[in-house]
Write a protein that binds this ligand. Sequence first.
Ligand SMILES: NC(=O)c1ccc[n+]([C@@H]2O[C@H](COP(=O)([O-])OP(=O)(O)OC[C@H]3O[C@@H](n4cnc5c(N)ncnc54)[C@H](O)[C@@H]3O)[C@@H](O)[C@H]2O)c1
Length: 322
Amino acid sequence: MNLNRIKRILVVGAGTMGHSIAMVFAQNGFETDLVDLKEEILERALNLIKSNLETLSKVKIIRSKEIPKILNRIHPSTSLSIARRADLVLEAISEKPKAKKELFSSLDQICSPQTILASNTSYLNIFKIVKTQRPERVLITHWYAPPHLIPLVDVVKGPKTSPETVELVRKLLIKIGKKPLVMKKFIPGYIVNRLQRAMAREIFYLLDHQYALPEEIDHAVKWSLGIRIPIVGVVQRYDFTGLDLALTFEENPSIRLVSKNRKPQTLIHLVQKGYLGVKTGRGFYDYSSRGMKEVIRERDLKMLGLLNFLKTSSLLNSSNIK
Ligand SMILES: NC(=O)c1ccc[n+]([C@@H]2O[C@H](COP(=O)([O-])OP(=O)(O)OC[C@H]3O[C@@H](n4cnc5c(N)ncnc54)[C@H](O)[C@@H]3O)[C@@H](O)[C@H]2O)c1
C-alpha cells in the first residue's frame, strides 16, 4: 500500500494515550476518527486536545488560528462502525487481553481488508492474543506519554506481519514527525519500559531505606544522566567510560542490585493513602496548590523547550558522535 493511500485514521480508546495520538494525526492533516465507549470520555478527550493545542500555540509550534481546523479533523464517536472508512486503526484501549482480542476481531470484520491494525499495547504479545484474517497487516506501534510530545514510537512486527506494512507505518510515523524504532522482535516492555522497570527497583529501594528523598533522587538524575543520555544514550556511554572499567564495575560484588520480588513499600503506602500523583494533587510531590491542567502545562512547556533545543541543535541525531 502506498503511503498516500493512508488518508483516514481511526484511534480506538480516547484515554491518556488515545486522545493525544489522535491529536498528532489531526495536527498533520489527517481526518481522524476517535472512538470510545462513552460520550463523556470523548468530551474530556477533546477538551484535553484543545488544551494541548493551546500549549503548542503558546510556544509557536502551531498558530492559534489552526486550532479550530485541527479540532475539526477529529471526529468523536461511540460507534465502532465508522472503522469501515479507516485506512489505519490505532488501538489504545485498556491493557486487557480479552478486550484487545474482541476489539481486533470486530475491527477485522468491519474494516476493509487493506486496513492496517496497530496496537499500542505496553506488554501484551498481541500476535498470540488476537486472531484476524489479515495477520500481515497487524503490528504494534507503541507510543510514549504524552504522545504529542515524545518522539519515539516502537514499531514491532509479529511473525506474520509483512515487511511492506512495517515500512509503510515507519514512513508514516516519520511523516508526522515521530522517531520510530523498528524492533527486531517482540519483547514485553520493548526497550525503554524494560530499562525503566529495572531503574524503578533501585529507585524504590533507595526511597524505602531513606538513602535520599524523592527530590534528591530527581536532582541527582536530572544533573547527570539527564545531560548524558541525549548525547551518548545508555550504550555508547560505555565507550567513553572504557569497556574494561565497565566490566570491572559490572562484576563488582559490592553493588548488589535489588531483587525483583521486593515490594516497594513507599509506593504501596502512597497508593493506599490515595496519593496517586498529579491526577489526585499529590504523589511523591505535593501539587495541591495548583490545578492538574497547570501542572501538566508547565511540564509540557519545559519539555517543548528542551525538544526544540535538541532538534535545532540536532543533538538527537544518532550520528552525532561518530
Ligand atoms: N498510559 C501510558 O503511559 C501508556 C504508554 C504507552 C502505552 N500504553 C498502552 O496504551 C493503551 C491505553 O492506555 P491508556 O493509559 O491510554 O489507558 P486509559 O485507561 O487512559 O484509556 C483507555 C480508554 O479505552 C477505552 N476503552 C476500553 N475498551 C474500549 C473498547 N472496547 N472500545 C473503545 N474504547 C474502549 C476506555 O473507556 C478508556 O477511555 C494500553 O494498552 C496501555 O498499556 C499506555
